[in-house]
Write a protein that binds this ligand. Structure first.
Ligand code: WT7
Length: 635
C-alpha cells in the first residue's frame, strides 16, 4: 500500500484512518518519499488553534522550485511542463518543456535580483494567462520573494489596495491582454494604480498585444530583453519550511480583502498530494484546469500541484465563448486532455448553448472531470456527466477555499462513489465537523450545521498579512479550537458532505468570492447615495447575482433612476471590477434595521430571492413599515 497514491475505497479508508490516528507519521512518510529537502525537519507538526499558530515540517529547508522543476530535469527534461493554449485558436500552442521552464524561470529570477528583489520582498504580479505569469510566480519562489498575484480582471483601485497592503516593491505586468475578441490595456490600469503606491520601485512589462503604451523612465522596463540577457542558471534560495511563499487576497464579509499568507513546505506537500489523488494523475496524462492563476485554484492546481508531480499542465489564455462556445471542447480534443477541471458557472453557461458545440468534438481522452468554486446544482452536474464525461468519467466536486490552500473534501475518482451535488468525503488528514447553533459539535452521521475543521492540514493559511488578530477573529473565534470555514454543510447517513453555501456576508458570483462591504463602500461613494445593502439572489448561470437596495439622498431623488443605476455600476467597475456589478438595483425609502441600527440583510435576502412568505418576525425592527414598501416595489 502506498500512502501517496490511493487506488481503491478500502485503501482510502485505511489511509484516512491512519492520517487521523497518526497525522504526523502519515505526512512525514509522504514528505520523505516524494520531495527533495535541503535539510530535514526537526518536528512534523506544532499547532495551537487558540493563538493561532501552525507549523509543519519545522526547521526543514527546501526550495519549492527545486521540487517543481529541477528534480524533473534528469528524467523529464524534454517533457512538456506547461502547454500554453493562446486566446486565438489560430496562434500555435506552445509546448514548454521542463528544461525550457527551468531556463525561463531562472532568467526571470536573475532579472528580479538585478532589480534589487531579495528574499522576503513582496512582488505583485498582474498578468494575463500567458507563460510569463507562471515564470513570474516561480521566479519569485526561486529567490524567496513573496508573490502576490492579483487577478488581471481587477480594477486599478483594487490593484492599488492590494499593492499597498503588502508594500510590494515591484509589479510584473504586460502591455495588455486578450480576452476573446477584445483586448485590455493592462499597463494603463497599472499606471493608474501606481499613482498611489509609493513602495513600487520597478515595473517589468511583458509584451503580449504589441500596443503602444507609456513607459515611465527609470521605473518601467520591457521584460524580454532583460530575460534574454540574463543567465539561465540561478541557485535556488534555501527557504525555511514556514517562510511565506505567497500572499493571495480574498474577500471577507467586512473590510479590506484579506491577504492570506501561505508558507512553503506544508503547501507544497499538500497540493502535490491532493493533485495526485484527486485527479488520479498518471505519467503521460494531460491535465487542464481552466481557472486563472490569479485565484487559489490556479496557484495550487495549475502551477504548484501539477509541477510538483512532474505533470503536463495546460495554461489557457482564452475564454469559453471565443471564438465560439465550443472552445473548451475543441481544446480537449486538440490536446487529448485527460483531466478537466472547471467551475459550475462555466458549465451552466455552456449547457445553455446548443448541444452540437459539445458533440462536434471527440472528448474520449477524458478520464476525470472536476468542479470547484461553488456548489454545483444537480442539473449542471448531470449535464456535465452526460455530455462531457459521457457517463464514464467520475466528477470530482472539490470543496476548498483560498484559506485552505488545497482541496479538503472531494471524491477520489474511481475510488469514492459519487452522488450529484455531494463533495463526498474528507481527503486524508482532513477532519471536518458540523457545529450547531450553540457551538456544539453535532455527532453522528446525519447532520446539518456550520462546517469547521478541527485539526490542521499542511496547507492551511498561517495568517493574514499584517493582521494576525483578524486571522484569529475571522477563522478561530466563532468556535473554540476549530477553524471555521464560513460555509454551511449537510452530512448524509453515510457520512458524505454536501456544501450548502456561505453562511456569512460573502456572496459567490460566477465562482468569484465577493464581500458585500467593499461593494457597498463603492456604491456609497456616489454623491446621490445615502445608504446601500447588497444581497445575493439565485441566477441561472452565475449561481448568484447581486441585488442592491439603495436609499438616495434628497438631492438624488429627482434624478433619472436608470442613469443612476449606470453610474453606480460604473463606480463598482472602477473600484472593484466588472465581476462585482449589480444585476438589480432597487431604490428604496429606507433599509430595514435592528434597534441598534444594523441593516437586516436577512430580510432583504428574502425579498430579493422572492421568499417573502418566510420572512420571520419583523416586529422587532426599528422600521418595520419599510419592509412592506420594499416588498411592493421589488424588481
Ligand atoms: C468558497 C471559497 C476553492 C477555490 C475556488 C474558490 C465555495 C468552493 C466549492 C464546492 C460548494 C464551494 C465555498 C467556499 N466553494 N468550492 N465544490 N462546493 N462550495 O475559493 O474564492 O476562496 O471561495 O467557495 O463557499 O467557502 P474562494
Amino acid at each position: 500500500m502506498s500512502n501517496y497514491h490511493i487506488k481503491n475505497l478500502e485503501e482510502y479508508f485505511k489511509v484516512y484512518r491512519k492520517s487521523i490516528r497518526e497525522p504526523e507519521e502519515f505526512w512525514e512518510e509522504i514528505a520523505e518519499e516524494h520531495f527533495v529537502w535541503r535539510k530535514r525537519w526537526d518536528n512534523v507538526l506544532n499547532w495551537d488553534f487558540t493563538k493561532p499558530e501552525i507549523k509543519w515540517f519545522e526547521n526543514a529547508k527546501l526550495n519549492i522550485t527545486e521540487n517543481c522543476i529541477d528534480r524533473h530535469l534528469r528524467t523529464k527534461g524534454d517533457k512538456t511542463a506547461i502547454l500554453f493554449e493562446p486566446n486565438d485558436p489560430n496562434e500555435p500552442a506552445q509546448h514548454i518543456t521542463y528544461k525550457r521552464l527551468a531556463d525561463q524561470v531562472n532568467k526571470m529570477a536573475n532579472v528580479l535580483k538585478d532589480h534589487g528583489i531579495q528574499k522576503g520582498d513582496r512582488v505583485c504580479i498582474y498578468l494575463p494567462m500567458i507563460p510569463e505569469l507562471a515564470y513570474a510566480v516561480l521566479a519569485c519562489a526561486r529567490i524567496g520573494a513573496i508573490h502576490s498575484v492579483v487577478f488581471a480582471g481587477f480594477s486599478s483601485t483594487a490593484l492599488a489596495t492590494r499593492i499597498q497592503d503588502s508594500d510590494c516593491k515591484m509589479v510584473i505586468t504586460s502591455d495588455g491582454s486578450y480576452r476573446g475578441s477584445k483586448s485590455i490595456d493592462l499597463k494603463g490600469i497599472v499606471d493608474e494604480a501606481l499613482k498611489s503606491c509609493e513602495s513600487v520601485k520597478s515595473v517589468l512589462v511583458a509584451k503580449r498585444i504589441n500596443s503602444d503604451i507609456q513607459m515611465m523612465d527609470g521605473r518601467d522596463k520591457w521584460l524580454k530583453p532583460l530575460m534574454e540577457a540574463a543567465s539561465g542558471e540561478c541557485e535556488p534560495e534555501i527557504m525555511d519550511a514556514e517562510d511565506p511563499l505567497f500572499i493571495l487576497y480574498t474577500s471577507g464579509s467586512t473590510g479590506m480583502p484579506k491577504g492570506m499568507v501561505h508558507t512553503t513546505a506544508g503547501y507544497m506537500v499538500y497540493t502535490a498530494y491532493t493533485f495526485k489523488n484527486v485527479f488520479q494523475y498518471r505519467e503521460g496524462d494531460v491535465y487542464w484546469c481552466t481557472a486563472d492563476i490569479g485565484w487559489i485554484t490556479g496557484h495550487s492546481y495549475i502551477v504548484y500541484g501539477p509541477l510538483a508531480n512532474g505533470a503536463t499542465t495546460i495554461l489557457f489564455e482564452g475564454v469559453p465563448s471565443y471564438p465560439d462556445h465550443g472552445r473548451f471542447w475543441e481544446v480537449i480534443q486538440k490536446h487529448k486532455v485527460t483531466q478537466f477541471y472547471t467551475a459550475p458557472t462555466a458549465i451552466r453557461a455552456l449547457a445553455k448553448e446548443d448541444i452540437s458545440y459539445v458533440e462536434k468534438y471527440d472528448l474520449s481522452s477524458l478520464k476525470v472531470i472536476g468542479s470547484v468554486g461553488e456548489p454545483i446544482n444537480e442539473e449542471a452536474w448531470h449535464w456535465y456527466d452526460d455530455n462531457v464525461g459521457k457517463k464514464k468519467c467520475p466528477i470530482v466536486d472539490t470543496w476548498w477555499q483560498t484559506e485552505t490552500g488545497g482541496m479538503l473534501i472531494s471524491p477520489i475518482p474511481y475510488v469514492t462513489p459519487t452522488i450529484p451535488t455531494f463533495a463526498t468525503l474528507p481527503l486524508p488528514g482532513v477532519q471536518p465537523v458540523l457545529m450547531d447553533e450553540n457551538g456544539q459539535e453535532i455527532k453522528g452521521n446525519l447532520a446539518e450545521g456550520r462546517l469547521c475543521i478541527k485539526f490542521p492540514w499542511p496547507s492551511i493559511a498561517r495568517t493574514i498579512w499584517g493582521n494576525h488578530d483578524r486571522y484569529k477573529e475571522t477563522y478561530f473565534s466563532a468556535y473554540k479550537n476549530h477553524y471555521f470555514t464560513g460555509d454551511g454543510a449537510r452530512r448524509d447517513a453515510t457520512g458524505y458532505y454536501r456544501i450548502t453555501g456561505r453562511v456569512d456576508d460573502v456572496i459567490i458570483v460566477s465562482g468569484h468570492n465577493l464581500g458585500t462591504a467593499p461593494i457597498e463602500d463603492a456604491i456609497n461613494e456616489h454623491n446621490a447615495v445615502a445608504e446601500s445593502a447588497i444581497v445575493g439572489f439565485p441566477h441561472d448561470i452565475k449561481g448568484n447575482a447581486l441585488y442592491g437596495f439603495i436609499t438616495l439622498k434628497e438631492s438624488g431623488e429627482t434624478r433619472n433612476h436608470d442613469n443612476l443605476r449606470k453610474e453606480i455600476n460604473q463606480l463598482i467597475t472602477e473600484q472593484i471590477g466588472p465581476i462585482a456589478k449589480l444585476d438589480k438595483i432597487q431604490f428604496t425609502v429606507g433599509l430595514p434595521k435592528t434597534r441598534s441600527g444594523k441593516i437586516m440583510r436577512r430580510i432583504l435576502r428574502k425579498i430579493a430571492c422572492n421568499e417573502m412568505d418566510s420572512m420571520g418576525d419583523i416586529s422587532t425592527l426599528l422600521n418595520p413599515e419599510v419592509v412592506e414598501q420594499i416588498k411592493n416595489e421589488r424588481l
